[in-house]
Each structure stands twice: as C-alpha cells, then as structure tokens.
Design a protein around this ligand. Structure first.
Ligand SMILES: Nc1ncnc2c1ncn2[C@@H]1O[C@H](COP(=O)(O)OP(=O)(O)OP(=O)(O)O)[C@@H](O)[C@H]1O
Ligand SMILES: [Mg+2]
Length: 391
C-alpha cells in the first residue's frame, strides 16, 4: 500500500502541511527538534488512531490551537481510501474518524485501512523492559490485522476498568454487590476467546520469521532467537470458562490489592537466545538484532496475511545500525513505501529510488518541509487535499 498524500493541520509543530510522498523511500532530514518524528507520528495516527509515543491525545495538538487533524489518502489493491483523524481534546470531545470524508462512529472502522510498522531506537525496550511493551507490540500488530481483535480488546479493558472500580469500592466498604462483579467478570471473559486465540497464533507466526531474520542479520547459525507467548491460561480449551473461574477465585485477593491481578492485561512474551532469557544475558548488539528481527518479521507477516506491504516508518534507526544491519534492512524494504528520519542525509547514501525532504523550523517555531531531491515524479490527484471539510 502507498500513501499518496498526507495532510496535517495544527499537529505538533506543523501548522499546515500537504505532502505527496514518493512511493519508495522518503528521507526526512533536519536538526534535532525540527519535526521529523512528528510527521511519522501523524502517519501512525492515521493507521491506529493514536500516537506511538504518547497516550495523551492533547499533547499532539499544536500549542495554542483548539484542535488538530491529520489525514492520508492511501492506495492499495488498485483502490483508494481516505482516512482522517480529528482531535478535539476539550471536555468530553473525543477524537473523530473520517473514512472517505464521511464521519465514522467507531475508531475500529479505521483499523487496517492504512497499515504501518514503526521502527525506532525505543524498540530496544521490547527486549529490555517489562511485559507492557511486548503486549503493546502484539496489540498494535493485531489491531491492524483484525478489527475483531481491536474491538475485543476495547471490550476487555472497559470491563476490567469497571471490575477494578468495584474492587476499590468493596475495599472501602462502600459497595458489596457480588452480582456486579459477576457481570463484569463475564464481560472480561467473553472477549478473551478472540484475544488469546489470536495472540497465540500471531506470536507463533512472527516467531518463525523472526528466528530466520535473526540468523540472517547476525550471520550466526548457532544463535537461536525464540519468541514464545506466555498465556495467562494453562490450556487453550474452554477459554471463557477458565478466565471466569480464575477471576472468581481471585476475588478476595483482588479486593485486598484493589486491582485485578489475573488476565490478558498481564500477559507477556518470552524472548530467548539459545534457550537463555535475553533480558538477562544478551549483549547490546544481540538485543538490537532481536528488536530489528521482530519488526522485520512483523512486516513479513503483514505481507503474508494481506498480500500488501505496510508503510514502514524508520525513526532515527540508521545511525544506530552497523553496515551489515543497514544493508540487510534496506534489502528487506525494497518494495515498501518508507519514511526514514535522520539528522544527516549522508547516512542513507546509496539507497534506492527516493526523495529527500529537509525539515526545519521557521522563526515562529512552525515546521517547514522543503523537497530537496525529487526522485521519480509521481502523477497523482490528491482529493483529500481539496476536501473543504478537512479542518
Ligand atoms: N503540541 C505541540 N505544539 C507545538 N510544538 C510541539 C508540540 N509538541 C512538540 N512540539 C515541538 O516539536 C518539536 C519536536 O519535534 P520532533 O520530535 O519531530 O523532532 P525531531 O525532528 O524528530 O528531532 P530529533 O532529531 O531530536 O529526534 C520540538 O521543537 C517541540 O517543541
Ligand atoms: Mg525524532
């Protein structure tokens, strides 16, 4: 799939931007703090309705502005689709999603319209940090592949919040209605069938590809990288019943702690290298290779499942990679529309069909983008750009 046009309005330090990117590699270079990552973040918003670096929508609204909008026109399998997100963080005003310029009621409607894989230096946290980073990796991937998964996850988290609220009330002695707990536990258990089944399947698929990528990048046959889903259940049978049963069993302890300590919100993935836990034993270079392998595997699995290449966002990763890894990465993305940020354009010398953009800040602090080298001219009509309702 290809982004044919991208438009931002009061997004981070962009006042107004309209861009018709190259179908190959787009290089965004410029000084620190100029607005390179902000642009990738906007693409991420158009794919997932959220940022890759903050969960607070308000942060992306340009300082002094009331609302923010970003939109893309995507071409895939010969079809075109417009996706736009408007953020109005005032009281109770949620984000709005527009598909082909029509307001859509649900965030889930936009999932999968644009698919992206983002790779940034923070990906090393996939190996080094706690389970939430790895869960996020799985959730972001599955949400883009399955609307059913995204909806199930939303339902689960809503019910979890409600159960936690009741647990706290019971602890304070202001509530003691067990029937409410029954209802919320039922609501938590139901979506687990979809969530657990899909998590297991995707981790198995990604693990096979990631192990191959790891070998190819490291060049070491004897280093076996492995990913394993750590499910909250012992078996995959009667998932809903098992979850309900476990939640009921834990009630007393959960009331004491004031939170739910069992469930898919506590799951993890085990990452090992030749049988040893990576977090404890792996070197910096091995961690880097593992993170890169996982992201390349994600790209490959998207391709396998949809027959389309997702858009790739590479934030500041080139300077972090040695020549072997860089070449390997560039080979992998030969047919993928890619946005690469770097501070020095020379990091990417010799890379194929591309267009370079210089990102800078004007005297008012707004980001400006200037095309430096054109690459192949792309003929297109960007309807979204002419959309009068966009802002
Ligand atoms: N809501 C906002 N309104 C206005 N400006 C913002 C907002 N949020 C962030 N900025 C500005 O955006 C800039 C940071 O942009 P960005 O993270 O894209 O930089 P970058 O070019 O990727 O830099 P680096 O090379 O250091 O990664 C900073 O100057 C920051 O002040
Ligand atoms: Mg940046």
């Amino acid at each position: 799939m290809i982004i044919e046009s991208l438009k931002l309005h009061d997004f981070r330090n962009y006042e107004e931007l309209t861009l018709a990117p190259h179908p190959g590699i787009n290089i965004l270079f410029g000084q620190n703090g100029s607005g390179k990552t902000n642009l990738l973040e906007a693409v991420h918003y158009c794919a997932l309705g959220r940022s890759h670096r903050t969960s607070v929508d308000r942060e992306v609204v340009r300082k002094g502005a009331m609302m923010s909008a970003c939109g893309v026109q995507v071409r895939k399998s010969g079809m075109k689709v417009d996706v736009a997100v408007k953020l109005m963080p005032g009281e109770g005003r949620k984000k709005q999603v527009f598909l082909n310029r029509k307001r859509s009621d649900r965030l889930s409607d936009m999932m999968g319209k644009l698919q992206c894989v983002i790779f940034s230096p923070e990906d090393l946290m996939l190996v080094k940090e706690g389970p939430s980073v790895r869960r996020r990796f799985i959730d972001m991937m599955l949400s883009q592949l399955s609307t059913g998964y995204f909806v199930a996850l939303q339902q689960y988290h809503k019910a979890l919040e409600q159960r936690n609220a009741i647990l706290k009330e019971i602890k304070r002695g202001t509530h003691c209605d067990a029937a409410m707990l029954d209802a919320f536990e039922e609501a938590m258990a139901k979506p687990c069938e979809t969530i657990i089944t899909l998590r297991k399947k995707i981790v198995e698929q990604v693990a096979v590809v990631a192990a191959e990528k790891y070998k190819a990048i490291s060049g070491r046959e004897n280093e076996q990288f492995s990913m394993r889903y750590l499910c909250c259940l012992q078996s995959m049978e009667n998932i809903v019943e098992q979850v309900k049963e476990q939640l009921r069993k834990n009630r007393q302890e959960d009331v004491f702690r004031g939170a739910t300590h069992f469930g898919i919100h506590r799951e993890d993935m085990a990452l090992t290298l030749s049988g040893r836990e990576m977090k404890l034993f792996a070197s910096q270079g091995q961690i880097r290779t593992a993170a890169l392998s996982m992201k390349l595997a994600q790209l490959e699995v998207f391709r396998q499942q949809t027959g389309e290449s997702p858009v790739l966002l590479l934030d500041d990763v080139m300077s972090e990679l040695d020549m072997t890894r860089r070449t390997r990465l560039l080979n992998e993305i030969a047919d993928v529309q890619t946005f690469i940020t770097c501070t020095d354009e020379s990091d990417l010398e010799g890379c194929r069909e591309r267009r370079s953009y210089q990102v800078s800040m004007d005297e008012k602090g707004s980001a400006q983008i200037r095309e430096i080298s054109g690459g192949e001219k792309v003929h297109q009509r960007s309807e979204i750009i002419e959309d009068p309702d966009f802002t």
